[in-house]
Design a protein around this ligand. Sequence first.
Ligand code: NAP
Length: 231
Amino acid sequence: MKTILITGISRGIGCALAHKFLDEGYFVIGTSQNGTIDYTHQNLNIFKLEITSTDSIETCVTNISSLIQNRNSKIDILINNIGTLEDDNETKVIVEKLRTTLEVNLIGTINFTEHTIPHLSNNAHIVNISSQAGSLQDIEVFEHSHAPLRYPAYKISKAALNMYTRTLALRLRHENTNITVSSVHPGWVRTDMGGADAPLTPEEAAAYIYELGISRPETGQFWFKGEKYPW
Ligand SMILES: NC(=O)c1ccc[n+]([C@@H]2O[C@H](COP(=O)([O-])OP(=O)(O)OC[C@H]3O[C@@H](n4cnc5c(N)ncnc54)[C@H](OP(=O)(O)O)[C@@H]3O)[C@@H](O)[C@H]2O)c1
């Protein structure tokens, strides 16, 4: 049975991903901020994680490490799903919101990934849930771009996360691992973050993130619905 670690499975896209991978026969390890979720499954384990805290990351990864050692396994897929949108209605960068956003979407995600890499299988796939909002190209096409002036801190965080995908992919290749690293745009999805007007359900987004996660695509790329997305 393959093992997947998904951050932030309490709600939204992370919750739909956990259900999808459970349905497909995976052993799922998930996280939530308070260490609980409102569903159970025999192949599901949940751990507490506050991604802005190194102490919390270390405790969480130590617990995950014990679990997978007991199962004599490694992590086959890591999905970095946790994210926050602090400046949805801002057009100017509000420095405190930028700081909070970067702590979660970028620094926390990198910190968690770096602690987790030793527990990945040599053929693992790291999937960073990014966003079209982080695309440098898309933002220039103002008339076509979604919310062109809004949430600059969120956009900055996802553009930087995409650079982490690129640099980590290159590094892991040079370290002679077979670990693949991807960024993915999930689409505009009806969640607490995406809001009620979003066209996609979390289950629809989870379906093609699942296809990406189980595949072996070219490393260090940005994907949307199975196609490369412009950086
Ligand atoms: N929805 C969209 O349209 C859309 C579009 C593009 C990209 N995305 C990306 O997709 C991912 C999932 O988004 P979503 O729409 O499912 O969001 P959501 O419904 O708001 O869920 C956010 C998740 O992140 C967790 N989280 C937030 N801050 C955290 C922290 N400090 N420490 C630990 N966990 C934290 C939450 O955990 P708790 O419940 O435990 O607080 C929750 O599981 C994010 O990376 C987001 O940027 C979403």
